[in-house]
Design a protein around this ligand. Structure first.
Ligand code: NDP
Ligand code: 2IT
Length: 447
């Protein structure tokens, strides 16, 4: 039995076992840098090799997804589901459809999800899946045929008490509907097997808004804890998808000033702040028309910076809500120079390791994604509860529950986040998330 673990030795082993999976290596290092010192003082976890067990997914399925495009060409994509850890509940986590999807990305996301889902206090395990299919530029019928083919493979691996996927990048209400329809068609059963469903067929109110609203709530809690009011603070938000748009909506309700949104074509900058009316136009443009900001109609209220990210613009708070590694070292340097006071992650792992290092050495308040963006999966778990009871709760009740869950996650971070003058939210979230999973794994014996 090892007496003590060393992060570099641990990472050597992990990299040997998982060659080339850079994002997965990055996520594990980011978490275990703070967890290993804790484990070294808790020999029971060390002896049971909990960290080795936590970094090996329970099961991974990879399958061919064959479909026909509108021009009758046969297309082949790869589908995945990584069932990471079901110690505290059925596997739960999103599906991502994006050309960059590979096992490394899904394993990093599944690993992060393990800790995030534990923090929600709800009974959900962790998984992640998706495909390298690119929904961009595809017709609705093409997306439908792809989703049907994907579900024809996936359905044998999921179930209300087994694994309950949801959305992530490239998977929203349209895709979940096609996937659910196909699952129902194959199994002849109406099962709570996906979350983020339409309200007409078992979806929950507030699920669409939950990740973005939750991130704004978490940022508010973190600022309040340090006697700062979010009102009038200038915010940089990246992305223009589900998480970003609803994060902006809540920030505006909280009277913050949102200067940016962005997409893969560049950054939209509103020097006097995005108004509620402008946000409604953007929603229509991104969710209905599904177009890129590079073609957004010209207007005096904003500027468009082609192929630029928001991070070099002067502001008070950064809320990255697009994708992993979107904040690099130079971006972080710019934010530190510009006097950013807080960064709250709507996206999963949006900072590179170099950027995270600089951030953690600075005075900036830093809410890691597993805490700040847990609102989405939390309301997914509430969707599962409502489905089990065959009833639905009101929007007010769900928003209240979401707010309480975000406050509870914040408190767990503060409790486990060290005694310094400022809470170490990274340490707090990692350790609080870890303890619950580790205790469950210990209780099961050697499995
Ligand atoms: P969406 O697909 O709705 O939106 C993603 C947005 O990010 C789009 O505006 C997209 O640009 C932009 N984007 C994606 N990839 C890139 C890239 N490589 N470079 C630049 N821009 C990019 O996804 P979500 O809003 O659901 O997800 C955003 C992030 O939040 C992800 O990290 C996801 O894992 C995380 N998350 C999502 C949750 C959810 O409930 N949906 C829950 C918790 C975390 P474009 O419009 O040009 O495609
Ligand atoms: O990263 C995430 O937490 C999500 N994409 C949401 C997962 C879910 O099951 O709602």
């Amino acid at each position: 039995m090892p007496n003590k673990l060393d992060i570099n030795a641990f990472m050597d082993g992990l990299q040997r076992r998982n060659p080339g999976e850079q994002e997965f290596h990055q996520a594990v290092r980011d978490v275990f840098e703070t967890v290993i010192p804790f484990v070294n003082y808790n020999k029971k976890y060390l002896d049971a090799r909990i960290l080795e067990r936590m970094t090996e997914p329970d099961k991974t399925v990879v399958f061919r997804v064959c479909w026909e495009d509108d021009d009758k060409n046969i297309r082949v994509n790869r589908g995945y589901r990584v069932q990471f850890n079901n110690s505290i509940g059925p596997y739960k986590g999103g599906l991502r459809f994006h050309p960059s999807v590979n096992l490394s990305i899904l394993k990093f996301l599944g690993f992060e999800q393990t800790f995030k889902n534990s923090l929600t206090t709800l009974p959900i395990g962790a998984g992640k899946g998706g495909s390298d299919f690119n929904p961009k530029g595809k017709s609705d019928r093409e997306v439908m045929r792809f989703c049907q083919s994907y579900m024809t493979q996936l359905y044998q691996h999921i179930g209300p008490d087994m694994d309950v996927p949801a959305g992530d990048i490239g998977v929203g209400a349209r895709e979940i509907s096609y996937l659910f329809g196909q699952h129902k068609r194959i199994t002849h059963k109406f099962l709570s097997v996906l979350t983020g469903k339409g309200l007409e067929f078992g979806g929950s109110l507030v699920r669409t808004e939950a990740t973005g609203y939750g991130n704004a709530y978490f940022a508010t809690e973190m600022l309040q804890q340090h006697d700062i009011d979010i009102k009038d603070k200038r915010c940089l938000v990246s992305g223009a998808g589900n998480v970003a748009i609803y994060c902006v909506e809540k920030l505006l309700q909280l009277e913050a000033v949102v200067l940016t949104l962005s997409d893969s074509s560049g950054t939209l900058y509103a020097k006097d702040g995005i108004s509620k009316e402008m946000l409604e136009d953007i929603k229509q443009y991104k969710f209905e028309a599904r177009k890129s900001f590079s073609e957004f109609p010209k207007n005096k209220q904003y500027k468009f910076f082609e192929n630029k990210k928001p991070w070099h613009i002067e502001a008070d708070i950064a809320l990255p809500c697009a994708t992993q590694n979107e904040i690099e070292k130079s971006d972080m340097k710019a934010m530190i120079k510009n006097g950013i006071i807080a960064l709250s992650e709507g996206a999963n792992m949006p900072c590179t390791s170099d950027a995270t290092k600089l951030l953690r050495e600075s005075d900036i308040l830093y809410a890691p994604g597993k805490a700040a963006n847990a609102g989405g999966v939390a309301v997914s778990a509430l969707e599962m509860s409502q489905n089990s009871q065959r009833l639905s709760w009101s929007a007010e009740e769900l928003e209240r529950k979401l707010r309480e869950i975000m406050q509870n996650i914040h408190s767990q971070c503060v409790k486990n986040g060290g005694d310094g003058k400022q809470t170490d939210y990274v340490q707090g979230a990692n350790i609080a998330g870890f303890i619950k999973i580790a205790e469950a794994m210990l209780a099961y014996g050697i499995v």
